[in-house]
Design a protein around this ligand. Structure first.
Ligand code: UTP
Length: 300
Protein backbone atom coordinates (compact mmCIF):
# COMPACT_ATOMS: atom_id res chain seq x y z
CA UNK A 1 0.00 0.00 0.00
CA UNK A 2 1.42 3.46 -0.87
CA UNK A 3 2.40 5.64 2.08
CA UNK A 4 0.71 9.05 2.30
CA UNK A 5 3.96 10.66 1.19
CA UNK A 6 3.73 9.16 -2.28
CA UNK A 7 0.12 10.21 -2.73
CA UNK A 8 -1.01 13.24 -4.69
CA UNK A 9 -3.30 16.06 -3.70
CA UNK A 10 -5.87 17.51 -6.07
CA UNK A 11 -7.29 20.99 -5.51
CA UNK A 12 -10.15 22.14 -7.77
CA UNK A 13 -10.21 25.90 -8.26
CA UNK A 14 -12.32 26.17 -11.39
CA UNK A 15 -15.68 27.15 -9.89
CA UNK A 16 -17.30 30.40 -10.98
CA UNK A 17 -17.46 31.89 -7.48
CA UNK A 18 -20.79 33.60 -8.19
CA UNK A 19 -21.56 34.09 -4.48
CA UNK A 20 -18.66 36.51 -4.23
CA UNK A 21 -19.24 38.74 -7.25
CA UNK A 22 -18.02 41.26 -8.22
CA UNK A 23 -14.75 40.48 -6.34
CA UNK A 24 -14.48 37.21 -8.28
CA UNK A 25 -15.19 38.66 -11.70
CA UNK A 26 -11.51 38.73 -12.68
CA UNK A 27 -9.95 36.92 -9.70
CA UNK A 28 -10.51 33.31 -8.58
CA UNK A 29 -12.17 33.25 -5.15
CA UNK A 30 -9.25 31.11 -3.93
CA UNK A 31 -7.02 34.21 -4.32
CA UNK A 32 -9.01 36.33 -1.86
CA UNK A 33 -6.77 37.19 1.10
CA UNK A 34 -7.42 36.00 4.64
CA UNK A 35 -5.26 38.42 6.64
CA UNK A 36 -2.16 38.42 4.38
CA UNK A 37 -2.27 35.11 2.52
CA UNK A 38 -4.64 34.03 -0.23
CA UNK A 39 -7.05 31.26 0.77
CA UNK A 40 -5.36 28.80 -1.59
CA UNK A 41 -2.05 29.07 0.27
CA UNK A 42 -3.65 27.85 3.51
CA UNK A 43 -5.04 24.86 1.58
CA UNK A 44 -1.71 24.04 -0.07
CA UNK A 45 0.06 24.35 3.31
CA UNK A 46 -2.46 21.90 4.81
CA UNK A 47 -1.69 19.32 2.07
CA UNK A 48 2.06 19.81 2.57
CA UNK A 49 1.71 19.45 6.36
CA UNK A 50 0.08 16.05 5.71
CA UNK A 51 3.08 15.02 3.60
CA UNK A 52 1.51 15.66 0.19
CA UNK A 53 3.87 17.76 -1.91
CA UNK A 54 2.71 16.77 -5.41
CA UNK A 55 -0.31 18.98 -6.00
CA UNK A 56 -2.56 19.22 -9.03
CA UNK A 57 -4.81 22.25 -9.36
CA UNK A 58 -7.83 22.02 -11.62
CA UNK A 59 -8.09 25.55 -12.93
CA UNK A 60 -10.61 27.56 -14.88
CA UNK A 61 -10.63 31.02 -16.38
CA UNK A 62 -8.50 33.64 -14.58
CA UNK A 63 -5.93 31.05 -13.58
CA UNK A 64 -3.00 33.44 -14.07
CA UNK A 65 -3.17 34.97 -10.60
CA UNK A 66 -3.04 31.49 -9.05
CA UNK A 67 -0.09 30.35 -11.15
CA UNK A 68 1.77 33.58 -10.51
CA UNK A 69 1.28 33.26 -6.77
CA UNK A 70 3.09 29.91 -6.71
CA UNK A 71 5.73 31.03 -9.20
CA UNK A 72 8.79 33.15 -8.58
CA UNK A 73 8.62 36.94 -8.69
CA UNK A 74 12.20 37.91 -9.56
CA UNK A 75 11.64 41.67 -9.54
CA UNK A 76 10.21 41.60 -6.03
CA UNK A 77 12.86 39.14 -4.79
CA UNK A 78 15.74 41.30 -6.14
CA UNK A 79 14.29 44.48 -4.62
CA UNK A 80 13.85 42.85 -1.19
CA UNK A 81 17.33 41.28 -1.38
CA UNK A 82 18.85 44.70 -2.16
CA UNK A 83 17.08 46.15 0.85
CA UNK A 84 18.17 43.22 3.03
CA UNK A 85 14.51 42.68 4.00
CA UNK A 86 14.81 38.98 4.86
CA UNK A 87 11.43 38.73 6.53
CA UNK A 88 9.43 39.95 3.53
CA UNK A 89 11.67 38.01 1.13
CA UNK A 90 10.77 34.80 2.99
CA UNK A 91 7.07 35.68 2.64
CA UNK A 92 7.48 36.09 -1.12
CA UNK A 93 9.47 32.89 -1.72
CA UNK A 94 7.55 30.67 0.70
CA UNK A 95 4.66 29.98 -1.68
CA UNK A 96 7.11 29.13 -4.49
CA UNK A 97 9.08 26.61 -2.44
CA UNK A 98 6.12 24.92 -0.75
CA UNK A 99 5.24 22.15 -3.17
CA UNK A 100 5.49 20.76 -6.67
CA UNK A 101 2.38 22.28 -8.24
CA UNK A 102 0.86 21.16 -11.54
CA UNK A 103 -2.09 22.61 -13.40
CA UNK A 104 -4.75 21.23 -15.68
CA UNK A 105 -7.69 23.09 -17.17
CA UNK A 106 -11.23 21.98 -16.55
CA UNK A 107 -12.65 23.65 -19.67
CA UNK A 108 -16.36 24.08 -19.00
CA UNK A 109 -17.11 24.17 -15.25
CA UNK A 110 -19.59 21.28 -15.36
CA UNK A 111 -19.41 20.51 -11.67
CA UNK A 112 -17.05 19.20 -9.00
CA UNK A 113 -17.26 15.62 -10.31
CA UNK A 114 -16.26 16.80 -13.77
CA UNK A 115 -13.34 18.77 -12.28
CA UNK A 116 -12.13 15.69 -10.37
CA UNK A 117 -12.21 13.56 -13.53
CA UNK A 118 -9.65 15.93 -15.05
CA UNK A 119 -7.14 14.68 -12.45
CA UNK A 120 -7.21 11.10 -13.76
CA UNK A 121 -4.07 11.14 -15.92
CA UNK A 122 -1.99 12.86 -13.23
CA UNK A 123 -3.20 10.71 -10.32
CA UNK A 124 -3.06 7.29 -11.99
CA UNK A 125 -4.00 4.15 -10.04
CA UNK A 126 -3.45 5.42 -6.49
CA UNK A 127 -5.70 6.88 -3.82
CA UNK A 128 -5.53 10.67 -3.72
CA UNK A 129 -6.54 13.55 -1.46
CA UNK A 130 -9.06 16.09 -2.70
CA UNK A 131 -9.09 19.49 -0.99
CA UNK A 132 -11.61 22.13 -2.04
CA UNK A 133 -9.63 25.28 -2.67
CA UNK A 134 -12.01 27.64 -0.88
CA UNK A 135 -12.37 25.68 2.36
CA UNK A 136 -9.97 26.45 5.22
CA UNK A 137 -9.63 23.78 7.92
CA UNK A 138 -7.87 24.51 11.21
CA UNK A 139 -4.23 23.46 10.70
CA UNK A 140 -3.93 22.33 14.32
CA UNK A 141 -6.54 19.59 13.87
CA UNK A 142 -4.56 17.42 11.41
CA UNK A 143 -7.82 16.29 9.81
CA UNK A 144 -6.29 15.35 6.45
CA UNK A 145 -3.58 13.23 8.09
CA UNK A 146 -6.25 11.30 10.00
CA UNK A 147 -8.21 10.79 6.78
CA UNK A 148 -5.12 9.52 4.92
CA UNK A 149 -4.35 7.07 7.74
CA UNK A 150 -7.94 5.78 7.73
CA UNK A 151 -7.76 5.25 3.96
CA UNK A 152 -4.40 3.48 4.25
CA UNK A 153 -5.68 1.07 6.92
CA UNK A 154 -9.12 0.32 5.38
CA UNK A 155 -8.84 0.99 1.63
CA UNK A 156 -12.13 2.92 1.88
CA UNK A 157 -12.80 6.36 0.47
CA UNK A 158 -12.92 8.86 3.33
CA UNK A 159 -14.98 12.06 3.56
CA UNK A 160 -14.84 14.80 6.18
CA UNK A 161 -18.22 15.36 7.85
CA UNK A 162 -19.54 18.16 10.04
CA UNK A 163 -22.79 18.63 11.89
CA UNK A 164 -24.67 21.43 10.13
CA UNK A 165 -27.84 23.29 11.25
CA UNK A 166 -31.00 21.95 9.58
CA UNK A 167 -31.68 25.09 7.52
CA UNK A 168 -28.18 24.97 5.95
CA UNK A 169 -28.19 21.31 4.90
CA UNK A 170 -29.58 22.04 1.42
CA UNK A 171 -26.25 23.71 0.53
CA UNK A 172 -24.26 20.47 1.09
CA UNK A 173 -23.88 16.83 0.24
CA UNK A 174 -25.59 15.11 3.19
CA UNK A 175 -25.03 11.52 4.33
CA UNK A 176 -26.79 8.65 6.09
CA UNK A 177 -24.38 6.83 8.40
CA UNK A 178 -23.88 3.83 10.65
CA UNK A 179 -21.58 3.88 13.68
CA UNK A 180 -18.25 2.03 13.73
CA UNK A 181 -16.09 1.00 16.67
CA UNK A 182 -14.34 4.39 16.58
CA UNK A 183 -16.47 7.19 18.04
CA UNK A 184 -15.65 9.80 15.38
CA UNK A 185 -15.57 7.39 12.40
CA UNK A 186 -18.83 6.43 10.66
CA UNK A 187 -19.71 4.21 7.69
CA UNK A 188 -21.51 6.21 5.00
CA UNK A 189 -24.45 4.27 3.57
CA UNK A 190 -26.16 6.95 1.48
CA UNK A 191 -25.19 10.34 0.06
CA UNK A 192 -27.59 13.01 -1.22
CA UNK A 193 -26.40 16.21 -2.93
CA UNK A 194 -28.16 19.39 -1.76
CA UNK A 195 -31.28 17.67 -0.33
CA UNK A 196 -34.56 19.59 -0.44
CA UNK A 197 -35.91 20.82 2.91
CA UNK A 198 -37.03 17.88 5.04
CA UNK A 199 -35.30 15.29 2.84
CA UNK A 200 -31.82 15.26 4.37
CA UNK A 201 -30.87 11.78 5.66
CA UNK A 202 -29.10 13.28 8.73
CA UNK A 203 -27.50 16.54 9.90
CA UNK A 204 -24.02 15.40 8.78
CA UNK A 205 -22.71 17.23 5.73
CA UNK A 206 -19.60 16.64 3.64
CA UNK A 207 -17.08 19.46 3.94
CA UNK A 208 -14.23 20.09 1.54
CA UNK A 209 -11.82 17.21 2.28
CA UNK A 210 -11.84 13.74 0.71
CA UNK A 211 -9.46 10.83 0.26
CA UNK A 212 -10.63 8.97 -2.83
CA UNK A 213 -9.88 5.60 -4.38
CA UNK A 214 -8.95 5.67 -8.10
CA UNK A 215 -12.13 3.63 -8.86
CA UNK A 216 -13.99 6.93 -8.52
CA UNK A 217 -12.71 7.94 -11.99
CA UNK A 218 -14.49 5.00 -13.71
CA UNK A 219 -17.71 5.98 -11.99
CA UNK A 220 -17.33 9.68 -12.80
CA UNK A 221 -16.70 8.82 -16.45
CA UNK A 222 -20.28 7.55 -16.70
CA UNK A 223 -21.87 9.85 -14.13
CA UNK A 224 -24.98 11.62 -15.46
CA UNK A 225 -25.50 15.25 -14.46
CA UNK A 226 -27.30 15.61 -11.12
CA UNK A 227 -28.36 18.62 -9.00
CA UNK A 228 -28.10 21.88 -10.91
CA UNK A 229 -27.29 19.97 -14.12
CA UNK A 230 -23.74 19.46 -12.79
CA UNK A 231 -21.69 16.25 -12.61
CA UNK A 232 -21.70 15.70 -8.87
CA UNK A 233 -18.93 13.98 -6.93
CA UNK A 234 -21.53 13.14 -4.25
CA UNK A 235 -23.50 11.07 -6.80
CA UNK A 236 -20.36 9.14 -7.80
CA UNK A 237 -19.61 8.44 -4.12
CA UNK A 238 -23.20 7.21 -3.69
CA UNK A 239 -22.59 4.68 -6.51
CA UNK A 240 -19.36 3.58 -4.80
CA UNK A 241 -21.01 3.30 -1.36
CA UNK A 242 -23.76 1.10 -2.85
CA UNK A 243 -21.33 -1.37 -4.51
CA UNK A 244 -21.11 -4.45 -2.32
CA UNK A 245 -17.68 -5.40 -3.70
CA UNK A 246 -16.07 -2.01 -2.96
CA UNK A 247 -14.55 -1.14 0.44
CA UNK A 248 -17.09 1.67 0.58
CA UNK A 249 -17.04 5.13 2.08
CA UNK A 250 -16.12 6.10 5.64
CA UNK A 251 -16.55 9.50 7.25
CA UNK A 252 -14.58 11.27 9.96
CA UNK A 253 -16.81 13.54 12.03
CA UNK A 254 -14.86 16.76 12.36
CA UNK A 255 -15.65 19.19 15.18
CA UNK A 256 -12.92 21.78 14.70
CA UNK A 257 -13.03 25.11 12.95
CA UNK A 258 -13.72 25.35 9.20
CA UNK A 259 -14.34 28.33 6.95
CA UNK A 260 -16.15 28.19 3.60
CA UNK A 261 -14.48 31.32 2.27
CA UNK A 262 -16.58 31.25 -0.91
CA UNK A 263 -19.48 32.47 1.22
CA UNK A 264 -19.25 36.18 2.10
CA UNK A 265 -20.41 35.93 5.72
CA UNK A 266 -18.19 32.90 6.41
CA UNK A 267 -15.30 34.76 4.76
CA UNK A 268 -15.72 37.77 7.07
CA UNK A 269 -15.75 35.47 10.10
CA UNK A 270 -12.62 33.70 8.81
CA UNK A 271 -10.72 36.98 8.53
CA UNK A 272 -11.68 38.06 12.07
CA UNK A 273 -10.99 34.67 13.69
CA UNK A 274 -7.71 34.09 11.94
CA UNK A 275 -6.46 37.64 12.49
CA UNK A 276 -7.17 37.24 16.21
CA UNK A 277 -5.08 34.04 16.28
CA UNK A 278 -2.04 35.74 14.79
CA UNK A 279 0.85 36.58 17.09
CA UNK A 280 1.82 39.69 15.12
CA UNK A 281 -1.63 41.24 14.55
CA UNK A 282 -3.91 39.49 17.03
CA UNK A 283 -3.27 41.58 20.17
CA UNK A 284 -3.70 44.96 18.46
CA UNK A 285 -6.64 43.79 16.35
CA UNK A 286 -8.30 42.17 19.39
CA UNK A 287 -7.97 45.36 21.46
CA UNK A 288 -9.54 47.39 18.65
CA UNK A 289 -12.29 44.81 18.17
CA UNK A 290 -13.19 44.86 21.88
CA UNK A 291 -13.52 48.68 21.77
CA UNK A 292 -15.51 48.47 18.57
CA UNK A 293 -17.95 45.93 20.00
CA UNK A 294 -18.32 47.93 23.22
CA UNK A 295 -19.07 51.07 21.21
CA UNK A 296 -21.65 49.18 19.12
CA UNK A 297 -23.36 48.04 22.30
CA UNK A 298 -23.41 51.63 23.49
CA UNK A 299 -20.96 51.05 26.31
CA UNK A 300 -17.92 52.68 24.70
P1 UTP B 1 -18.81 25.61 -5.19
O1 UTP B 1 -19.97 24.79 -4.84
O2 UTP B 1 -18.28 26.53 -4.14
O3 UTP B 1 -19.17 26.40 -6.54
O4 UTP B 1 -17.64 24.64 -5.65
P2 UTP B 1 -18.53 27.65 -7.24
O5 UTP B 1 -19.08 27.69 -8.61
O6 UTP B 1 -17.03 27.63 -7.14
O7 UTP B 1 -19.01 28.92 -6.39
P3 UTP B 1 -20.41 29.70 -6.35
O8 UTP B 1 -21.39 28.75 -5.70
O9 UTP B 1 -20.77 30.06 -7.76
O10 UTP B 1 -20.14 30.91 -5.51
C1 UTP B 1 -16.96 23.81 -4.73
C2 UTP B 1 -15.54 23.59 -5.20
O11 UTP B 1 -15.51 22.94 -6.46
C3 UTP B 1 -14.80 23.69 -7.42
C4 UTP B 1 -14.79 25.11 -6.88
O12 UTP B 1 -13.67 25.83 -7.34
C5 UTP B 1 -14.75 24.87 -5.38
O13 UTP B 1 -13.42 24.59 -4.94
N1 UTP B 1 -15.48 23.54 -8.72
C6 UTP B 1 -16.85 23.61 -8.79
C7 UTP B 1 -14.74 23.30 -9.84
O14 UTP B 1 -13.48 23.24 -9.81
N2 UTP B 1 -15.38 23.12 -11.03
C8 UTP B 1 -16.74 23.18 -11.14
O15 UTP B 1 -17.26 22.98 -12.26
C9 UTP B 1 -17.48 23.44 -9.98
Amino acid sequence: MPTPHTLKAVIPVAGLGTRFLPATKALPKEMLPVVDKPVIQYVVEEAVNSGLTDILMITGRNKNALENHFDRNFELEVKLEEKGDEMRLERVTRSTDLADIHYVRQGDPKGLGHAVLKARAHVGQQPFALLLGDDIIDAAEDLLTRMLTLNATTGSCVVALMEVPEDELSAYGVVRVEPTESPDVVRVTELVEKPAAGEAPSNLAIVGRYVLAPEIFDILEHQAPGRGGEIQLTDALQTLAAQSESPGVLGIVYRGSRHDTGDRLAYLKAVVEMALERGDLGPAFGAWLDDFVDARRGRG
